[in-house]
Design a protein around this ligand. Structure first.
Ligand SMILES: Nc1ncnc2c1ncn2[C@@H]1O[C@H](COP(=O)(O)OP(=O)(O)O)[C@@H](O)[C@H]1O
Ligand SMILES: [Mg+2]
Length: 339
């Protein structure tokens, strides 16, 4: 690939240092994705300028005017603390006629709203657990056709915020309590879904028009019979991960037909939710072979060695190739201003 001017957009508190030396594992965990992406883009020969952002758009405009980046590499997950505002930043980039990496504003807006995504998936007959939304400030009345056990989470938040083993509830009293808990801890409406007892699968999808899926990935616990749920602690607590023997890797012994079916479903979700760039789908596979889509994650974690990059690698795309591909897709994305 030719050498490009790349403007890396990162959260102000996650601007990585030049080297890992002298930093604790805990500190590195914070900005590892930013570090991996920026150093690798530089190793690929690109000229990377890093822009730390928190709540001001002016630096973006200034950097676009001064540095004239071929592409903005979007590593933002929020803007002034609001997780859904990444969509507004990408909209701003489009208004500035600036190509960027990752998902377009519409795909971000849709996929970050789990309830809206599920409504769209339902129209397309994409299998997803039956659900109901319980808005903040309203009484919890369970529709009769929503059966226990039920899984309660935030409609908007990600990273398993407010998700633990207690997210599964078995009666109306527990449901009301857990909905109140989600309201209080996330400030967002609560999404109550039928709990899908089964295997937990993740699938990377990449592309704008022509889509590619990465090998199907699975989460399991080696040292514990704890129900397989990707809770907050499972995702982020190293000690707890060690205790449970949390591991992810290529899903084992999936029948060929199930694999094809899952890949097809993931591509349909990507299209239905108007996604572009790259994404990771979260799914559950029940013992009876039925597949359910839990959610679509636009712009998933790009850390070297994390699930998305690992599954890309097993699928034949090295980390360098993966980032180059993401850059290429960003350059080629047909934003409305280009047409
Ligand atoms: N309906 C469900 N049935 C079973 N497990 C679920 C369900 N919904 C969520 N989970 C568990 O909770 C985890 C986090 O939920 P998810 O919808 O992916 O939200 P997040 O955006 O926080 O990742 C999932 O990876 C899965 O382990
Ligand atoms: Mg998830």
């Amino acid at each position: 690939m030719r050498q490009l001017r790349v403007l890396a957009l990162v959260a102000e508190n996650l601007v990585p240092p030049e080297s890992l030396e002298g930093h604790s594992d805990k500190a590195i965990d914070e900005w590892k994705t930013e570090f991996d992406v920026i150093t690798t883009l530089r190793e690929l020969g690109h000229q990377v300028e890093v822009l730390g952002l928190s709540d001001d758009l002016t630096p973006i405009r200034r950097a676009i005017q001064k540095f004239a980046p071929h592409i903005a590499f979007n590593l933002l997950e929020e803007f002034h603390g609001v997780v859904t505002y990444d969509q507004a930043i990408v909209s701003y980039l489009e208004l500035m006629r600036q190509p960027y990496s990752g998902c377009n504003p519409r795909g971000l807006l849709i996929s970050k709203d789990k309830a809206l995504s599920k409504k769209i998936m339902s129209y397309h007959r994409i299998p997803s657990p039956r659900f109901s939304v319980f808005p903040v400030g309203r009484k919890v009345v369970r529709p009769k056709k929503l059966h226990f056990p039920i899984f309660v989470k935030s409609v908007i938040d990600d990273a398993s915020l407010a998700i633990s083993q207690s997210s599964v509830v078995y009666d109306d009293k527990e449901l009301a309590e857990r909905v109140a808990f989600v309201h209080e801890h996330t400030m967002a409406d609560a999404l109550a879904e039928e709990f899908i007892d089964g295997r937990e699968l993740y699938v990377g999808v990449i592309g704008n028009d022509r889509l590619q899926t990465f090998p199907i990935w699975e989460l399991w616990f080696n040292k514990s019979d704890t129900a397989i749920i990707a809770t907050r602690k499972v995702k982020w607590d190293r000690g707890y991960q060690e205790k449970l023997g949390v591991e992810t890797g290529p899903a084992k012994d999936l029948p060929e037909a199930t694999q094809r079916q899952i890949e097809r479903i993931c591509k349909r979700v990507y299209k239905a939710l108007d996604m572009s760039g790259y994404a990771r789908m979260d799914l559950r596979l029940r013992a009876d072979g039925k597949v359910f889509v839990l959610e679509a994650n636009a712009n998933p974690n790009l850390s070297y060695g994390e699930d998305f990059a690992e599954s890309a690698e097993v699928g034949g795309l090295s980390y360098e190739d993966l980032l180059s591909k993401i850059v290429g897709l960003g350059l080629r994305y047909r934003a409305p201003w280009k047409v």
